[in-house]
Design a binder for this molecule. Sequence first.
Ligand SMILES: NC(=O)c1ncn([C@@H]2O[C@H](COP(=O)(O)O)[C@@H](O)[C@H]2O)c1NC=O
Length: 511
Amino acid sequence: MRKKALISVSDKTGIIDFAKGLQELGFEIISTGGTKQALQDSGVAVTGISDVTGFPEILDGRVKTLHPNVHGALLARVGEADHLSQIQEHGIQPISVVCVNLYPFKETISKPDVSVEEAIENIDIGGPSMLRSSAKNHEYVAAVVDPADYNTVLTELKETGDVNKETKRWLAAKVFRHTAAYDAMIAEYMTELVQEEQPETVTMTFELKQPLRYGENPHQKAAFYKKPLGSSFSIAHAEQLHGKELSYNNINDADAALQIVREFNQPAAVAVKHSNPCGVGTGETIEAAFSQAYQADPVSIFGGIVALNREVNRETAEQLHEIFLEIVIAPSFTKEALEILTSKKNIRLLTVSFGKKEKAEKKLSSIEGGLLIQDSDEFGFEQADITVPTKRKPTEDEWNALKLGWKVVKHVKSNAIVVSDVQMTLGIGAGQMNRVGSARIALEQAGEKAKGSAMASDAFFPMDDTVEAAAKAGITSIIQPGGSIRDEDSIKKADEYGIAMVFTGVRHFKH
Ligand SMILES: NC(=O)c1ncn([C@@H]2O[C@H](COP(=O)(O)O)[C@@H](O)[C@H]2O)c1NC=O
């Protein structure tokens, strides 16, 4: 009896050569409609699936291979007498190679304005069923889902007359990952369609973007995975123009820098260290903005990651070139800027699209034994319910400085305090276990520049000590959520020093 291979593929890449190779090795090729046509057009002899099932393909292809003659052929343990006699009794002939890839569900739902009907029609049923049957029975069947594996299978068949046992198991694992990812994408689509907020199980899928040399530390293994249909305005979709490959920490920091610089419409530059901003500057031009970001903290920026929201021109590149930076991220670089920056071998240059985010993605954070999922913090100043509880209201300049600080403080690890003026940050206190501690760090960094500047706090003041520290350093305006049972103490203290204090009603914890 001739060995049989079943081929049913939507993506026909490499399929002709694979089928020809199998045919040369003596395999009988069985195929479904479109695949059969493509193979026959290229001179491969093919048995139609209907000849195997004794049934036509029906319901617009919804039922073609869902038949015991197919699944019996895939699931029979042909090394066991009982299974063999059962399939023989029913006239089923075993299939030892299955090559299937699935309806393009991902590509379909990523088309703009795709209809639900079209999406649903692109949910493959027969393909995953065959893949799962053959992968379950991998002791006897080679299940091939990825065109990249066609050569391996052909080579082993040529060399030994069979696909190696280890390879079959390896292929089976790949199949189950593939069908699980395929179903996860369908589940995500359907869950969103019915707007299920907190499904009883969460199935997500991520695709390998690149292996990483190591994780946060050299003894930790790591890899970078991206969402199949994630935001295109992200580090996961950045193009690297120059420099060493990105590290785990680089990716994390680059993402942080990008999130902050996106807060600004005017030209802005952000320097990040260990995922906190160390300097944020804005200006009329991108070179002015970077100059402010640099001056905000000329010490910490060393070895930092810089994101800019305008094209990097010669003037900006000359400034960037002066310091040691790990990464520069921008929408684009002029030719002159690239010439200047690429003279350093190691600096990584990334371009990222700066369009409006398609939709806000959920934030995931893993803990031992679990996963926390929340909406991303998209709350902006414009949406806030702003009140001014102090006697003095902010001047126009103070408002502008407060807004800048509020945009930045949202991205600083809690407890977070930012001291700013109308154009730049002057001091940033991040990640302290008490608020006044973060305030002291920010104020100390701002030094004399704190006089007449604004202070932003990511959460309310539990006591009036931060207002006191701010006042003593010369801060004249404060923005914070409010909502403490001791708000009155802070308001009184602010009034005592003539500080204008703004409540946003919303906090921006970040951990
Ligand atoms: N319904 C079935 O029985 C069935 N059997 C195989 N398919 C899929 O049909 C596609 C190939 O179709 P064609 O050979 O007609 O181009 C493959 O992606 C395969 O996964 C099916 N289609 C969808 O479920």
